[in-house]
Design a protein around this ligand. Sequence first.
Ligand SMILES: [Zn+2]
Length: 335
Amino acid sequence: MPYSADSDFETFVRELPKTETHLHMEGACPFELLQKMDPIKYAEPPAFWDDDFRYESFDQFMQWYGEYCSAFFTSAKRYGEAAEIILANCYAQGCRYVETSFHLPVILFMEDNGPAVLDAIRSAAPEGMELRIFAGMCHDDYKDAGLDLIEECLTWDGLDGIDLHGPEYTALEPWTADVWERARQAGKFTKAHAGEFMGADFVDLCLDELKVIRIEHGVRSVENLATVKRLVDEGVTLDVCPISNVKLAVDGVSSMAAHPIRQLFDAGVKVTINSDDPFFFGNSLREEYYALNQQLGFSMNELVQVARNGFDVALVSESKRAFFKGELDSFAKTL
Ligand SMILES: [Zn+2]
């Protein structure tokens, strides 16, 4: 646990009504389930939970992603078991609204279909939590059976949106803009990972080509002030994961104190904070709040604003949004 807080601040963070809008199901795999599946391989806590651990590259991260978690996600039932623990943990940390994604091509390797996976994840949501589920895919997944699966997922009623993830440095292919456009026409919300391993140019490209208004990470937007201005002017939200960025040694993030979320927030960019892949970073959402307070000088009121940003962009009815923000306002008055 890299960040801890005194009991007053711990209570503040736990009781602050908040959101988690950047959380990968596979990367959040509960360690206890892996241990149950293979007690020998998972006997010890993984080295990457150490505070000082840094991934050598995103390729190394991807390789371990395959090694550690692929073996677990073999059925809808397994997704349901994982979701039950992951979402209960979010709820215990004060999350009222969660957006999670699963890696769509995993479906190609299991007997269950996509709607069965969606049902399993959805039915694991605790009462009182709003859950939205996204299908994530890589830049080069639109081929062979993957192409049919991507087309098919646009018709799944239980799917709330799609997200582009995986290595950013793999070229953006021409199918993506077309699929993203048709997804929106089919009532799906669209997001994209950008500005993590590629610079501000790639953030601009995703805004231009994919017409997204939510960027996952986006922290390297700070490399171009024109991109930062654009994010503000166009009301684009960045779903930022500070501890993930530090452990993956993203350019410009040599330490938490150097994280550009302070600069982005001060420039008026709408940011949320999230845990990304807690299994691979050994982090929790509460620690993201502790880190911003301790290393980046975010006050309690500024953290209330960060939480409010999550409710601003939540995919809920206006009456539900008013309810969540009312809860947040009542809490903020007690500070
Ligand atoms: Zn992510």
